[in-house]
Design a protein around this ligand. Structure first.
Ligand code: NAD
Ligand code: UDP
Length: 325
């Protein structure tokens, strides 16, 4: 199979490309390297079945030769990134998604959209099933991401209804693992970096808000299972074990043997209070189940961060509430 992966040099995308190459597929990665890193795919470039074309998918997407599947992951994903790039985030969720859908339809290829738990916003229903419509502030600072992904889902479903496109939607919940950028502002990468650097761990709010953290290898198995299935979804892909942010901070200090303290900072606007996926649909239709417990996944991630600490570059400073200053 030849699979086009947009955002393939990013955190999730690079692991996905690796898994596809490992099982014998040909992979064409499209990436503008806005948040992806060449180092993430350097080892794949040695493979004859892997190629990467620098490309902004909001512009015309030209891919020559037959394509069997399109997996659309290109988008800023960390709140820190989409606060800094609101217009680009909306563009890649709208024009970018349409360009990738067109590529799929031209080739009669299966299309998989990387959507997000953020489409549920700050959910009033807990835990979240795929039938829940969500609770999103359409004009708040997070809306550039949430509404872009909601539009992506609507567009994807319209291509299915109007053009009989073969599509699938994955609603990805918080995922972590090696190749996260240490300064991407997300909670797992921030806590690990801070603990390894001997800094205080920045807990936003009182740390009672919850998330459900999925190890990247588990997520990638889910995305590949969805690619191989005939189902459109949407499917929640996430680990249903729920943690408070404060519990996560304590676990990270344990795993890193750190004596870092917790530093409490203001909660960002519209920060969802609770998030936990119901994954019955993915279990039953895809045979998918996350397997890596948080402590084990954190150990792998910490080992990777420790091995990279000399080579990673610091980005601009950010303000206390998680926004760029
Ligand atoms: P990431 O920032 O590491 O990867 C995104 C990739 O997209 C980067 O390589 C970036 O350079 C590329 N990109 C962005 N805009 C582009 C454009 N216009 N043209 C071409 N490439 C572009 O983020 P990630 O965590 O790997 O997320 C990957 C996908 O999964 C995103 O769509 C994200 O919304 C979704 N997702 C991730 C999570 C998570 O916890 N990691 C959760 C929910 C959804
Ligand atoms: N968070 C935190 N400290 C940080 C970064 C994030 O307490 O340094 C909190 C954030 O407010 C949110 C949760 O951790 O409640 C997850 O944040 P992240 O940015 O990783 O993902 P989100 O689920 O918000 O997209």
């Amino acid at each position: 199979m030849r699979v086009v992966v947009s955002g393939g040099s990013g955190f999730v995308g690079s692991h996905l490309c690796e898994a596809l190459i490992r099982r014998g597929d040909m992979v064409s990665c499209l990436d503008d390297f806005s948040s992806g890193r060449p180092e993430n795919i350097a080892h794949l470039l040695r493979e004859a079945r892997f190629q990467c074309t620098p490309c902004d998918v909001t512009e015309e997407v030209k891919v020559s030769g037959k394509v069997d599947a399109v997996m659309h992951l290109a988008s800023p994903a960390s709140p820190f990134d989409y606060y800094r790039h609101p217009l680009e985030t909306l563009a890649v969720g709208s024009r970018g998604t349409e360009n990738m859908l067109r590529l799929a339809v031209r080739n009669d290829a299966r299309f998989v959209l990387a959507s997000t738990s953020e489409i549920y916003g700050d959910p009033l229903e807990h835990p979240q099933t795929e039938d829940y419509w969500g609770h999103v502030n359409p004009i708040g600072p997070r809306s550039v991401y949430d509404e872009a992904k909601r539009f992506s889902e609507a567009l994807t479903m319209a291509y299915r209804r109007s053009l009989s496109a073969d599509i699938a939607i994955a609603r990805i919940f918080n995922t972590y693992g090696p190749r996260m950028r240490p300064h991407d502002g997300r909670v797992v990468s921030s806590f690990i970096r801070q603990a390894l650097d001997g800094e205080a761990l920045t807990v936003f709010g009182d740390g009672s808000q919850t998330r459900s953290f999925c190890y990247v290898d588990d997520l990638v198995r889910g995305l590949v299972a969805l690619l191989d299935s005939p189902h459109p979804g949407p499917f929640n892909l996430g680990n249903p074990k729920e943690w408070t942010v404060r519990q996560l901070a304590e676990l990270v200090t344990l795993v890193t043997h750190s004596s870092s303290e917790l530093r409490f900072l203001p909660l960002p606007v519209d920060d969802p209070a609770r998030r936990r996926p119901v994954i019955t649909r993915a279990r039953e239709s895809l045979g998918w189940n996350p397997q890596v417990p948080l402590e084990e996944g954190l150990r792998h991630t910490v080992d990777w961060f420790a091995s990279q600490s000399q080579t990673l570059v610091r980005p601009p400073e950010r303000s206390a509430a998680g926004r760029p200053s």
